[in-house]
Design a protein around this ligand. Structure first.
Ligand SMILES: [Zn+2]
Length: 127
């Protein structure tokens, strides 16, 4: 994959790369990356990757971005009260210390596995 030029990346039939491939900035209008879909309030919606774009880089592997068909994209699901509630519950669980069982007021750091007060009782007492 070294020495890949922009022209090498033009493979709309996927003969070289296995899936339709376009050089950076030369993708067809009806295809978009996940981020581009998001800007338009859309999501891939379970469809398979339709194509990829490649951006050659000097002495490194090319940057790859996957493309989805805009006509198959679905609108981003709007937040409902039930979804907000589920999100709040999940966040609360991430703030709860498994050691003392209290809401730490922040997400428990995975490296500690407990709230700072439980992890460093000596320092808390000194302060
Ligand atoms: Zn704790």
């Amino acid at each position: 994959m070294s020495r890949l030029t922009l022209a090498d990346c033009f493979d709309p039939a996927g003969e070289r790369f296995g899936i339709p491939t376009y050089p950076w900035r030369y993708a067809p209008e009806d295809l978009a990356t996940r981020r581009q879909l998001r800007i338009r309030g859309l999501r891939p919606g379970g469809q398979d990757i339709a194509a990829q774009i490649l951006r050659p880089r000097r002495r490194r592997e090319p940057l790859t971005a996957y493309l989805y068909r805009v006509d198959l994209a679905r609108p981003v699901r709007p937040m409902t009260p039930a979804r907000w509630a589920a999100l709040a519950k999940a966040n609360a669980a991430r703030r709860r210390c498994p050691e003392c069982g209290r809401d730490a007021g922040y997400v428990i750091p995975p490296t500690l596995g407990m709230c700072v007060t439980c992890a460093y009782p000596e320092e808390q007492r000194a302060a």
